[in-house]
Design a protein around this ligand. Structure first.
Ligand SMILES: Cc1ncc(C[n+]2csc(CCOP(=O)(O)OP(=O)(O)O)c2C)c(N)n1
Ligand SMILES: [Mg+2]
Length: 431
């Protein structure tokens, strides 16, 4: 499509998305009028995808998107999902959901402080991607990070404790909800500023490539996944990093969790072209759109993109269309979103859908799934008890990690924390 002035003067209803963008009426969601059950998964959107993008410099630019978009829908039989794999996916999604539901309870009981952003509804994305990773692969999240942490293997105890601000938390209680981090599991954050994690992820991917190709470390084939939202894609860092990742063929997958909203701003209202995946080919990397409410579809796309990155074939941009079932944060009364829209996506709950799929395809029976639910409940209960009983961080921890050289400021020549010196708080200590 060419970007002519005429397009803006008189937009053509090319598809339901652009049609709804072409007037100034409130852009409330109407899936029924749009003739689609899902914003970006309409056939119309798919047939508009050129199989070859002629202006691209690289012939390989559309590899994953071509494959994925042109693939015929797979029958359950050839999805090659073993029972064990299916159970892992189910357990991880249930764990993510139960963890977040417990967070809501604990937040309202005053056990957590600050903003807490829950991930309910988006579990298929975290599980579909992260369960394919190795422990030494990197994950970079956003402020909606608890479930990415848990999927990556950080124990629920350590995440819950962090949320309680306790010393046993994965950041020793210094991070809180938006700043999950784990060196052991290569979870590089938790970032409160939107887009802030994307350059960090790009740097992590660069370091793997540098170690492998320059330092000749053959085992440095880690893949980095950068998760972020639709609203974040209007932020400059995203474009800078797409450029660098494509230029240097970095082993990274940019995973956009398009939940259609950025706090109270509709994606359709804020973004000139709402099809985010298209930005991949513009930078010379594949762009893929996937139904983010379907863990198997996410997993299929994720597998291909992760393998591509691991083989040194470069980055991929994946747009997962999903929905958050709760407000932006636990402080958000969630009054802006249309109840019809919420009901529409509630129907597509990724956990209920996968449960149904597993039973219909004899990958598990009701009892096996109930056993998993029970196991997860126990893990969550245990995490809360653990967090509650854990000690608060020492006051002396306050100045740790503030400066690169802890002896330079936080710790005096006698080896004691300066903040423990009463003169320090009085401002009379010699520093
Ligand atoms: C640099 C920066 N600008 C603005 C904000 C305020 N802010 C917090 S969340 C948010 C919306 C992000 O939406 P999206 O990327 O779609 O993520 P979602 O919350 O939907 O997961 C904004 C603008 C911020 N945190 N950082
Ligand atoms: Mg969003």
């Amino acid at each position: 499509m060419s970007f002519s002035a005429a397009k803006f003067a008189q937009p053509l209803p090319i598809n339901p998305v652009s049609a709804s963008r072409s007037n100034d009426k409130p852009l409330s969601f109407d899936p029924f009028k749009a003739g689609s059950s899902f914003l970006g998964s309409t056939l119309k959107l798919r047939v508009h995808v050129p199989s070859k993008v002629s202006h691209l410099r690289r012939s390989t630019a559309n590899a994953v998107s071509d494959v994925v978009k042109e693939k015929k829908p797979q029958s359950p039989a050839n999805l090659l999902l073993t029972k064990e794999e299916a159970l892992v996916l189910y357990e991880d999604m249930v764990l993510g959901r139960a963890f977040e539901d417990m967070c809501a309870q604990m937040y309202y009981r005053g056990k957590m402080f600050g903003f807490v952003h829950l991930y309910n509804g988006q579990e298929a994305v975290s599980t579909g991607f992260i369960k394919l990773l190795r422990q030494d692969d990197y994950v970079v999240s956003t402020y909606r990070d608890h479930v990415h942490a848990v999927s990556k293997g950080v124990p629920a105890r350590a995440v819950m404790s962090e949320l309680f601000g306790k010393a046993t938390g994965c950041c020793r209680g210094q991070g809180g909800s938006m700043h999950m981090f784990s060196k052991e599991y290569n979870l590089l954050g938790g970032f409160a500023f939107i887009g802030e994690g994307i350059p960090v992820a790009t740097g992590a991917a660069f370091s793997s490539k540098y170690k492998r190709e320059v330092l000749k470390q053959a085992d440095a084939d880690q893949v980095t996944l950068a998760f972020f939202g639709d609203g974040t894609c209007n932020n400059g860092q995203f474009y800078e990093c797409l450029n660098m990742a494509a230029l240097w063929k970095l082993p990274i997958v940019f995973v956009v969790e398009n939940n259609l909203w950025a706090i109270g701003m509709s994606h359709l209202r804020a973004t000139s072209d709402p099809e985010i995946w298209k930005k991949g080919p513009a930078f010379g990397m594949p762009g893929v759109h996937v139904d983010g409410m379907d863990v198997l579809k996410v997993r299929e796309v994720a597998k291909e993109a992760i393998e591509r990155a691991r083989k040194g074939e470069g980055p991929t941009l994946v747009e997962c269309e999903t929905y958050r079932f709760r407000g932006h944060s636990l402080a958000d009364p969630d009054e802006l979103r249309d109840p019809a829209e919420k009901a529409h996506y509630a129907e597509r709950d990724p956990i209920s859908a996968f449960k149904k799929y597993m039973i219909e395809n004899k990958l598990a029976n009701e009892q096996e799934l109930k056993n998993i639910d029970k196991k997860v409940d126990e893990v969550i209960e245990d995490s809360v008890e653990f967090a509650d009983e854990s000690p608060h961080p020492q006051r002396s921890q306050l100045l740790e990690n503030v400066f690169a050289d802890p002896k330079g400021f936080g710790i005096g020549p006698d080896g004691r924390y300066r903040c423990e010196d009463p003169k320090f708080t009085e401002g009379t200590a010699e520093v």
